[in-house]
Write a protein that binds this ligand. Structure first.
Ligand code: ADP
Ligand code: 5GP
Length: 187
């Protein structure tokens, strides 16, 4: 059976991580891809678990040597998914979920048209801003940079296969489950 690759995107603070956590707790057979980033770890984040935290120099080396399946600059930091990592996961027979921003999602779709793209939408801009601020993980400058990306991201959502509104958390998790299960049944 072919293994599937799902891409989840959505604005910073919309609740991607929270929805995915709920999904993965109930569906532990799926694997969440670990990205590389040049941003600093937040308190509690662990190298090799949340991200591979690498230097800008190392990131540039990976770009120059075509190591990334996709990469993007987002709000002042670089993020990327290693080709080798994804190929290994697929070879190991795992269905993978990538949680990445929209430019990266488009790059994945170009290279792997069979990938399924899911966009998580906020119920409103105000809710999104409140969630991002309420998380207390970024300073004001970083929050502004992330909010500046929202319009562009919502525009990109038009190119996704599915859009799920994260208003009530439980509803968002069960909707994601039915989308992913529906796609798995097509295999
Ligand atoms: P993202 O991964 O998209 O940046 P997070 O998962 O970190 O977003 O969520 C941002 C904040 O919003 C967190 O404090 C989280 O607890 C909260 N949150 C997520 N989903 C919901 C929801 N459906 N209702 C209320 N708060 C939510
Ligand atoms: P954060 O700094 O909040 O962890 O992530 C910021 C943004 O970068 C989020 O939209 C997240 O989905 C995205 N992101 C995380 N990893 C990757 C990646 O490997 N590639 C791309 N293009 N975006 C990523």
């Amino acid at each position: 059976m072919n293994k599937k690759l799902f891409v989840i995107s959505g604005s910073s603070g919309v609740g991607k991580g929270t929805v995915l956590k709920g999904f993965l707790e109930r569906n532990p057979e799926f694997m969440l891809s670990i990205s590389c980033t040049t941003r600093s770890p937040r308190p509690g984040e662990v190298d090799g678990v949340n991200y591979f935290f690498i230097s800008k120099k190392e990131f540039q080396y990976c770009i120059d040597n075509n190591k990334f399946l996709e990469w993007a600059e987002f709000a002042g930091n670089f993020y990327g998914t290693k080709k080798k990592y994804i190929n290994q996961c697929l070879e190991d027979g795992k269905d993978i979920i990538l949680e990445i921003e929209t430019n990266g999602a488009m790059q994945v779709k170009k290279q792997m048209p069979e990938a399924v793209l899911i966009f998580i939408c906020p119920p409103s801009y105000e809710t999104l801003e409140n969630r991002l601020r309420g998380r207390h993980t970024e300073d004001e400058d970083t929050i502004q940079k992330r909010l500046d990306e929202v319009k562009k991201e919502l525009k990109a959502a038009e190119n996704f296969d599915y859009r799920i509104v994260n208003d009530d958390l439980e509803t968002a998790i069960t909707t994601l489950e039915s989308v992913i299960k529906g796609e798995m049944e097509k295999c």
